[in-house]
Ligand binder design. Sequence first.
Ligand code: ADP
Ligand code: ADP
Length: 227
Amino acid sequence: APKISARNVTKVYETASGHMTAVDDFTLDVAEGEFLAIVGPSGCGKSTFLRMLAGLEDVSSGQLTIRPGTDPKTPLNSVVFQEYAIFPWKTVIQNVAFGLQMRGVSERERLDVAQGWLDRVGLAKFADHYPHQISGGMKQRVSIVRALANDPEVLLMDEPLGALDAQTRVVLQEELLRIWEETRKTVVYITHSLEEAVLLGDRVVLMSAQPGRILEVYDIDIPRPRS
Ligand code: ADP
Ligand code: ADP
């Protein structure tokens, strides 16, 4: 069975001037361990689709499901947004450990897991720094590993590298690929960059500006660059 199943998913917003169809009849499966990139122009409904997957927005019609895993304590999803949604009053390691607090993991174990993730992205030395003391790229690394530390069934990312400069973005793209190859986490990744979608995605969904339609789905089987 697919990890994510979308069947005729439609989202209609009620606006002052009437109805607005943001996602129109979206049908797609995502396999366990797949990295799905969704690309399309601004306003085509990418974020709306992701917010519905995250449970932050209701589906107007159709079915959208994430298949749960065997451990009922495992969260279905974790989301990474473009703006680093990390707590400024917590240190780097406290931010990463925070998600696990919800799951009744002991403090010792939370900090061990968080430290392990910080090591993997070169942030070990910054564990006790506060967000304002680290760069934008590092903050986004913190957001990403905080989501991964939860070990969610699916990782949802909405333009996670969109606010970074070009050089930092390339570094983080390589890191994301490496982590994905190590974890084989099911990922849905939104971007407006076709280049980024093709670089990162196993499969790329191209959405059309005519709100919320899937234009084409591409399988990407070109070799990925390695650092
Ligand atoms: P994208 O992420 O591709 O830029 P969005 O999903 O944010 O697109 O938006 C798709 C369309 O739905 C846009 O026309 C946007 O203005 C509209 N939209 C998004 N959220 C709302 C909302 N809460 N109420 C009304 N319209 C919305
Ligand atoms: P993105 O392109 O990443 O979706 P937006 O700036 O389009 O970002 O949307 C940011 C927020 O504004 C979202 O929560 C979305 O629901 C809301 N929004 C977007 N368009 C509209 C709209 N036309 N009416 C009301 N809310 C909107």
